[in-house]
Design a protein around this ligand. Structure first.
Ligand SMILES: O=P(O)(O)OC[C@H]1O[C@](O)(CO)[C@@H](O)[C@@H]1O
Length: 664
């Protein structure tokens, strides 16, 4: 059989203030603390009272890392510069957004600069009244979240040492019930640069119903808060916008500020370059993926089917593919765009398996995002029917008999474990529990059946297909955050304070130029309404009714550079086993400042770190001959470094110093 030309649908890859004692985990320094258990369920309580030396050395060392700040945030105050008034990123929805947010729509963009007086101190301390702020983890845990709290605390105390920061215990439920923990240096000590959200915990990720909004407002009033910082992704920030609008309308003084924290990386738009946590989660998963790549090629007898987090968008899967170079990646965006049916997806995978078998390869690695299942049109329609029945309180056992005939037929076709998972109760936003649906197992099951069929029909003559399935989902959410996420979160925490001090409400803290070193980062605030759009056709059974303005997840840009790069390398990575080993997250030394490829690659001017480049170029010289072709050179570079750097090295002026290596 000839090697199939894979369509673009499936890409083989390149690659009252209550009053709680601070919960703490192992202390980083040589401090032994007398810790008091809380009622939260995460594992940290097991360590209460444990001697310091039980804390891991890396954990201790990480707690000592001081996140970097851009110059504008290094003093106690900032200069606030107001820019243009905003509309929305969705021009056709602007009217609807303006109507839904009459008091907070159209606010101006804001940039934060260093104070322009020569002393650089801005206002004197006695001109800065103490500020009272509350912070809540509204979204799902994402590495770096703790540093938002830390950055906010440090900025608040620098602004006026009598300022107070309350953390809401147990996420939004804690906000509604006014369960707080006062954030102090001592409380923070063991959470600096640490993963998870266990300093405060989280619950349902919503502040939406009128009861919830009113409970949140009551808490803000009872605590006499000047500001409330809401940490989370698209859903949490949409809710933040609504809460801000309501508080303005009800003359509540509390300013509401959103911070973009989400491992999914899907809160992305012209104001937000990436979210806190995405970098770490991708690095952790890329390491795991590269491990299974090497395991697969070593054993030579099975395919790994790996599902990654990513509900409406496949950013995690794309980034991990670029970092680890598995054989295939199926992105939800491509499948949705091409309206591929389940069996078409299966056939594409089987074609890839078959092509590899022709080369004597009976192993491989396939990546999918958890949202893939909803991107397949017939599966989406089935999930939506189930969702409607759930919303109508139809008992779960009766749902299969009440869906339409075609949906019932599809349902029956699916293996029992998938049927059970599709019927699970819904997420807080009424969407399906995608993290609980073993789509990778469904695909593996159907691919196996198809390969058996092809064998019987004489179309496939290779070895029996077999698979190993994994969901690399929750594991990474508690990881020690990368330096990038530590810095980014800490900076966003500072910006949040300056937003509140400036009296901004209904805004999100943002940082631009993230691809550059921290001293070049530009700190700003953008109105939440400016990021909203109005969906007339929902892709998933979300709770937000059609037509209601919201901040929506941004899908992969199928015209973007990262995707283009993936396409360019697709066939090679399907067949050549061009696996890459990124290793664990580096916290010090070379690689510790690495940023997400998908963030950096979209910027043509990215040059990377010169020292690093020199190192790479020297290495290249040892493995390819002078005068070799550009492709050989590119392959050599790619085998050592990330895709980002391949492009960087190829186009860097340093090349001029290496005339023998004709880089153009
Ligand atoms: O922690 P929970 O409530 O199971 O949520 C899982 C969901 O959260 C995320 O990890 C982040 O939004 C999704 O990718 C996933 O579907």
């Amino acid at each position: 059989m000839t090697i199939p030309t894979l369509s673009y649908h499936i890409f083989p890859c390149l690659s009252s203030p209550d009053q709680r004692t601070a919960p703490q985990r192992h202390q980083p320094a040589s401090k032994i603390v007398n810790l008091v258990p809380t009622d939260r369920s995460r594992g940290m309580n097991a360590d209460y009272g444990a001697p310091t030396e039980l804390a891991g050395p890396l954990q201790q060392r990480r707690a000592l890392y001081q996140p970097r700040l851009p110059p504008c945030l290094q003093g106690a105050t900032v200069r606030v510069e107001y820019g243009d008034a905003t509309t929305t990123i969705d021009p056709t929805g602007a009217h609807a957004v303006a109507q839904a947010f009459p008091r907070t729509y159209g606010q101006r963009l804001v940039t934060f600069l260093a104070p322009d007086d020569t002393a650089g101190a801005g206002k004197a301390v006695d001109e800065r009244p103490p500020i009272r702020v509350g912070v809540v983890f509204s979204g799902r845990q994402s590495p770096g979240g703790h540093n938002v709290v830390w950055g906010l605390h440090d900025a608040l105390k620098a602004y006026n040492p009598h300022s107070i920061l309350y953390g809401f215990i147990g996420g939004t439920e804690g906000l509604f019930a006014n369960k707080t923990l006062e954030i102090t240096d001592d409380v923070l000590a063991s959470y600096k640069n640490q993963g998870g959200f266990d300093l405060l915990g989280r619950s349902i990720d919503q502040i939406r119903s009128s009861k919830q909004v009113s409970a949140a407002m009551t808490t803000c009033q009872n605590l006499n808060l000047d500001g409330l910082v809401i940490v989370g992704g698209v859903t949490s920030n949409s809710d933040a916008a609504q809460l801000a609008e309501t508080l303005v309308q009800k003359n509540c003084k509390t300013k509401v500020v959103g911070v973009p924290v989400s491992l999914n990386g899907d809160l992305k738009n012209q104001f937000v370059e990436t979210t806190v946590g995405f970098d770490t989660v991708c690095k952790v998963n890329s390491q795991l993926i590269s491990n299974v790549c090497l395991d697969a090629i070593s054993a030579g007898k099975y395919y790994y089917f790996v599902r990654l987090m990513g509900r409406k968008a496949s950013h995690v899967a794309l980034e991990c593919a670029l970092q680890s170079h598995p054989n295939m990646l199926i992105m939800g965006e491509e499948v949705a765009l091409s309206k591929l049916t389940l069996m078409e997806v299966i056939n594409k995978i089987c074609d890839g398996v078959q092509a590899r078998a022709e080369l004597g390869k009976h192993h491989g690695v396939l990546l999918i995002p958890e949202g893939l299942i909803e991107s397949i049109p017939e599966m989406y329609a089935l999930i939506q029917e189930i969702s409607i029945l759930h919303n109508n309180n139809v008992p779960v056992t009766e749902i299969p008999t009440q869906v339409s005939p075609w949906a019932a037929a599809l349902f029956q076709f699916l293996p029992p474990f998938i049927r059970r998972e599709l019927l699970l109760h819904q997420e807080s936003d009424n969407s399906a529990q995608l993290s609980q649906i073993d789509t990778e197992q469904l695909l593996a099951h159907l691919v196996e059946a198809e390969m058996i069929k092809r064998t019987k029909e004489g179309r496939y003559k290779g070895k029996k297909f077999s698979s190993v399935c994994h969901f690399f989902g929750y594991q990474a959410r508690g990881s020690l955050p990368s330096n990038f996420d530590c810095d980014y979160a800490y900076v966003l925490g500072h910006i949040s304070l300056h937003m509140i001090a400036a009296g901004l409400t209904g805004y999100m803290a943002t940082v631009a130029n993230l691809k550059d070193p921290v001293h070049k980062w530009r700190c700003a605030a953008a109105p939440l309404t400016a990021m909203m759009s109005v969906r007339r056709h929902l892709r998933g059974p979300g709770a937000i009714p059609i037509g209601k303005p919201a901040i929506h997840p941004s899908p992969i840009d199928l015209k973007g550079k990262a995707y283009e790069l993936l396409r360019e390398k697709a066939s090679s990575f399907l067949l050549d086993d061009f696996y890459r080993t990124p290793g664990g997250i580096q916290f010090e030394g070379p690689g510790s400042d690495a940023k997400p490829i998908t963030l950096t690659i979209e910027d043509q001017d990215y040059m990377g770190d010169i020292e690093m480049l020199k190192l790479y170029l020297d290495k290249v010289k040892t493995i390819v001959k002078p005068g070799c072709s550009r492709d050989t050179l590119k392959a050599a570079i790619s085998s050592m470094i990330s895709v980002t750097h391949v492009l960087t090295v190829m186009s860097h002026p340093l090349n001029a110093e290496l005339p023998l290596y004709h880089f153009n």
